[in-house]
Structures are given as C-alpha cells and as structure tokens.
Design a protein around this ligand. Structure first.
Ligand code: CA
Length: 368
C-alpha cells in the first residue's frame, strides 16, 4: 500500500462510517433528501409529434433531467402529439386533471381568452430576452398565472422559438399590392395582420402544407425558421424566403394541472422549476445554433432568394397591428389589462435594446 492508496482507502472508510452513523430520519428532518422510496409519476402530453426536432426532444431531455435530479423519484412520462391526447386538447385535458402536465404554446389558446395570445408573443412585440424579462421582472408571470388559475392550471416558461421567419413565397414580393389576394398558410395574430394587408390566410394541417404549396393551391406559407422549415422541404417549391415580424420570439409553455403541482413537495417543485429553466433556455440556444446551420445550407442553393419584406409592407403592417390591438383592448378587459403591462415594459425596453443590441448589430453587420 503506498501513501496515496492508504489515504484514499482510509478516507473511504471514514466517510462510510460517518454516513452510517447518521440515521435516515436525521436527514429527513432537515429536509436534505427526497423520500426516494416514494416515487411520483406524472403524465405529460405535448402538441408536437414524438421526437419532433428541438421542441419535442427538448421535453424528453427535461423529463430525463428531472428524473436524474430527483434520484429517480419523479418520473415524467412524455406522450407526443395524439398519443394520449389530441394535440390541441392538451389544455382542456390538463385543466380537468386527465393529464398532469402539457407542453405547447399559449399561442393556441386565444379562443379561451384573447389575453392568452399576448403571453405567446405579439407581432412587432418583444424579443426573447425582453419577454423572459417581462415574465420574471415585469409582472408577466403574475398575470399569466392569474388567468390560468381560472382553468386550474399553473404555467411555467417552457421554451422559445427565437425569431421566426416571415415565410416562403412562390413569387417575389416587391410592393404591398403583390400581397393582394395571395393565399397564405398563416395562423394566429400574424394571420389576422396579413389579412389586413390583402392576404387570404388559410389554415392547414402541417402534413398538407408542402403539397398545397407545390401544387399552387396556396401561394405562400410561414412555418418557423430555417431549421424546421428546411425539414419541411418548402425551399424546393417556393423560392422566395422572407424574414418576419409576426413572431419575434414565440413562447412555449410547460403547464401543470394545479392539483398535480400543489401535491408536489417544495423540494420537488424546485427540481422541476430548475429543470424548466434549463428547458426554456436550451430550446432558445438550440434554435439559434440549428437555424444558423440550416441558413448556411439554404444559402448554398442559388435558386433561393432570401430577403426582407419591402418597407412599404412593414410600415403598413405596423399601422394595422396597432389598430388590431386597439380593437382587442376595446373589446376584452383581460386583454386590456395584460396589454397595459406588456406595452409599458416593451416601450421601456425598446429604448435600451435599440441603444445597445440594435446599434451593436448594425455596427457588426453581416460580414467582417
Ligand atoms: Ca410560425
């Protein structure tokens, strides 16, 4: 036995006797460890197909992290789209306790309350960093939980898509008039906004978009951004790709049935909150790196034209967006309340983001 081995074995023996010297109840009294013999199983349903890139895989990684961090005592079973619950029934099913958790986007629930659409993201609204700051420091979380409480739900931030693209068009868009009568697959507030620019918005299931675009049944479609768009193959049938302003950073949610959440100990809730923080930031980082990679690939295809919409269209869209929001404020009290908080935070952040990030990005430019 050399000296080093002696120290190591001696240390191990001392450590073992120290642990056996403490009774299990001593640890438990201090709340140091989780009662591992008591396993908790939670059912989570998503609005995405199993293993859907970035969003679906992010949720699986989250469940793995919770299992690891809880020493196996919290087991979250993840069910992809339609396996347990139809994609857009997850909200109602969690609300009534049919599942414990869902992963989706607040964007889908404006039929429940118009105000919920603000939590999902607003055209010409906050960037991802601004919106997370609003949820945490500007009162966004309180307002979100106040509204979800009526549905017996407890929401946590569960990811961000980062800035989304404006969409793929079969012809070049040079002026406002070029949008007139175009059939475009675009849902949500973005769809309502594009309707005011002359577009005829249509809703299509994900599986039908490519064929409709290929056959010319539709003239354009938005989806997410380079990484997910490339997998859909839109670049093969629509050659004009525009940057966007309808979804500057869409929020995804990890929402609990309230009873399921309240049944968890403080310790278990903390593990889940910490893992959800990781899910929230990792998803944004993954979109950033995957989009950059995919854009590089798209740019290698010289038949694709990448551009931003003409100024005339952007200016008109901004005017129409304000009108649309004013109408919602006038007709929905909850929308007015949430918008008042959101718009105050946005206007404060607009100055700082513009002075710092915007000026920096302008200075950095696209090339060296
Ligand atoms: Ca989108």
């Amino acid at each position: 036995l050399n000296r080093r081995d002696f120290i190591l074995t001696g240390g191990a023996v001392a450590g073992a006797s120290l642990i056996s010297g403490c009774s299990r109840s001593q640890f438990e009294d201090k709340g140091v460890n989780i009662k591992r013999q008591k396993k908790i199983k939670l059912k989570l349903a998503t609005s995405w197909p199993d293993n859907f890139p970035i969003m679906g895989t992010g949720v699986t990684e989250f469940a793995d992290r919770v299992r690891e961090a809880s020493g196996g005592s919290i087991e979250i079973e993840v069910y992809g789209k339609n396996r347990l619950v139809p994609a857009l029934a997850v909200f109602d099913t969690a609300s009534t306790g049919g599942i414990d958790i869902f992963h989706s986007g607040p964007y889908y629930w404006k039929g429940k309350s118009l105000a919920i659409s603000i939590f999902g993201g607003v055209p010409f609204g906050m960037t991802p960093i601004e919106s997370v700051s609003w949820f945490k420091n500007g009162g966004g979380y309180d307002l979100w939980r106040e509204i979800y409480d009526r549905y017996n739900l407890h929401p946590l931030l569960g990811g961000n898509t980062g800035p989304q693209m404006g969409g793929w068009f079969r012809k070049r868009i040079e002026k406002l008039d070029d949008l007139s009568g175009l059939k475009m697959r675009i849902p949500g507030l973005g769809g309502e906004l594009f309707a005011r620019l002359g577009v005829n918005p249509v809703l299509l299931p994900a599986g039908e978009i490519f064929t409709s675009l290929e056959r010319g049944t539709i003239d354009a479609s938005e989806w997410v951004g380079p990484a997910l768009d490339l997998k859909m193959g839109f670049h093969r049938v629509a050659k004009y790709y525009y940057s966007g302003w309808t979804e500057p950073g869409s929020i995804l949610e990890l929402t609990f049935n309230k009873m399921s959440w309240n049944r968890l100990s403080k310790e278990q809730q903390s593990i889940i909150e910490i893992a959800s923080e990781e899910l929230n930031s990792n998803m944004l980082y993954n979109f950033q790196s995957e989009n950059s990679l995919a854009l590089t690939q798209i740019k290698m295809d010289s038949s694709i034209e990448i551009n931003s919409f003409p100024k005339e269209i952007i200016e008109k869209a901004k005017v129409e967006n304000i009108k649309l929001i004013d109408e919602f404020v006038a007709k929905d009290r909850d929308f007015a309340k949430v918008w008042s908080s959101y718009s105050k935070f946005l206007s404060e952040n607009r100055s700082w983001t513009s002075l710092s990030s915007q000026n920096y990005l302008n200075a950095r430019g696209e090339s060296h």
